[in-house]
Design a protein around this ligand. Structure first.
Ligand SMILES: Cc1ncc(COP(=O)(O)O)c(C=O)c1O
Length: 436
């Protein structure tokens, strides 16, 4: 079936607010390693992995076999029964988390994971007040939208949590952009103290934060930022939740969890996306007392199901035994160097930033800092025409997001860079307003 026919059927029966990439959206039907094929037979190198979710590559035998084997025996039991792969996965994640006495609750998505983390924090602290970062994204439920500081992804003001927003990592347009790293950290921590004193009733439950803001355009504060913020939180007994949905499992290269760049151990971390390499799984790992604070019984019909947890165990095994965190560091710096070189000669690139295999390229009107979503859309489309899938995001929709699977090879990095450099260079050379 052609993309045009699929699009017509999609538009007829699916919500208008499901964001689709490209003016002429595509369907991906096949994949191998870091490459995918669309429904019309076109091939691409995939530097977005279904939103940082195909973490160890498409059609990886180790994961496919684990899923096939489990599917042939038992798909589902519910959490009313003991599930061995769920228990094993919880043991592994608890140990990896670095959180003392950690326990794990599994969900089907990042949204649900954040919802669960907010339940733990608000129950423990007997308060519905929460701090979140500007430019954040935490999901699409009422509480998750409530802590999402990005108008483009926050469809409702209805929320069970009472939120105050604090400074985050998006420095490019911050009033504090010209400060040194140390000054930036100091000023943001001071501002946090002020926000608590002036906009809350004091007994705040938690702060939730992405160490690198994913949807927000891969912006991140200087190392140590969250350490300084946590010192202020600790003055008030406020819990700290790190949303590792995009930054977990070694993607940032230097650390297994994004928050480790800041020298703090959070009270809870949420995860999802890459863990199942495409199977639906998320969860929260938290201090045991925090996890056990929930005062009513709960179940999750699908959370921790045998299929998703088997896939996650196989993914984790592969990731750790192949040291893909080290690969993320190496390939990330190669990508970064290549993009920095492009940025030096292209005035449409305002900033290249990111950590490991999370690289953002902010596109601006040439020679200014004004965001250019039009140029970003053009480069995004031209990259795909050249055979490279990347993501797009940022508060203004003007940031290219480059985040291939952690298993990406050097040759693939170079191939992708060449395509992306050509697309950015073409945007540089075409006058603004000209779209073809
Ligand atoms: C940091 C972060 N948290 C939470 C979510 C929500 O996850 P999901 O789409 O699985 O509900 C996302 C999704 O992009 C995310 O990037």
């Amino acid at each position: 079936m052609s993309h045009a026919e699929l699009l017509a059927r999609h538009r007829a029966v699916l919500p208008s607010w499901i964001a689709l990439y490209y003016d002429e959206p595509i369907a991906l039907v096949d994949g191998q390693g870091c490459r995918v094929v669309d429904a019309e037979g076109r091939r691409y190198l995939d530097f977005f992995g279904g939103i940082l979710t195909t973490m160890v590559g498409y059609n990886l035998p180790e994961v496919v076999e684990a899923v096939r084997e489990q599917a042939g025996r038992m798909l589902h039991t519910s959490t009313l029964y003991l599930i061995e792969p769920m228990i094993e996965l919880a043991e592994r994640i608890a140990a990896l988390s670095g959180i003392p006495g950690a326990k794990v609750f599994f969900t089907n998505s990042g949204t649900e994971a954040n919802e669960a983390a907010l339940l733990l924090a608000t129950t423990t602290r007997r308060s519905n007040q929460v701090l979140a970062l500007r430019n954040s994204y935490h999901g699409r439920s009422y509480a998750a939208m409530g802590v999402t500081g990005n108008r483009g992804w926050s469809a409702s003001s209805l929320t069970p949590v009472n939120v105050s927003y604090v400074q985050g990592g998006y420095r490019y347009r911050s009033p504090f952009r010209n400060l040194s790293d140390e000054e930036y950290v100091r000023v943001c921590a001071e501002d946090l103290r002020d926000v608590i004193a002036t906009t809350t009733a004091g007994d705040v439950a938690c702060m939730i934060a992405e160490p690198v803001q994913g949807v927000g355009g891969f912006s991140s504060p200087p190392d140590g930022f969250f350490g300084a913020m946590k010192e202020v939180l600790d003055e008030h007994g406020i819990l700290f939740v790190s949303d590792e949905v995009q930054t977990g499992w070694g993607r940032t290269g230097e650390h297994f969890w994004g928050i480790q760049a800041h020298g703090v151990t959070p009270d809870a971390m949420t995860f999802a996306k890459g863990l199942g390499n495409g199977l639906a799984i998320g969860g929260v790992v938290a201090r045991g007392d925090l996890m056990d604070s929930v005062t009513a019984s709960s179940i999750s019909t699908f959370g921790g199901n045998p299929l998703a947890t088997r896939a996650a165990l196989a993914t984790l095994d592969y990731l750790l035994s192949h040291d893909l965190q080290a690969n993320a560091l190496k390939m990330g710096s190669r990508l970064r160097q290549g993009l920095d070189t492009v940025a030096e000669r292209c005035r449409v690139v305002g900033e290249v930033r990111g950590r490991g295999l999370m690289i953002g390229v902010e596109l601006v009107e040439p020679g200014s800092t004004r965001p250019s979503p039009a140029l970003a859309a053009r480069v995004h489309r031209d990259a795909a025409r050249g055979g490279l899938l990347i993501g797009k995001g940022g508060l203004y929709g003007n940031v290219l997001r480059v985040a291939p699977p952690l298993s990406i090879s050097e040759a693939e990095v170079d191939e992708g860079l060449e395509i992306l450099a050509a697309a950015i260079t073409a945007a540089e050379n075409r006058p603004p307003g000209e779209s073809r």
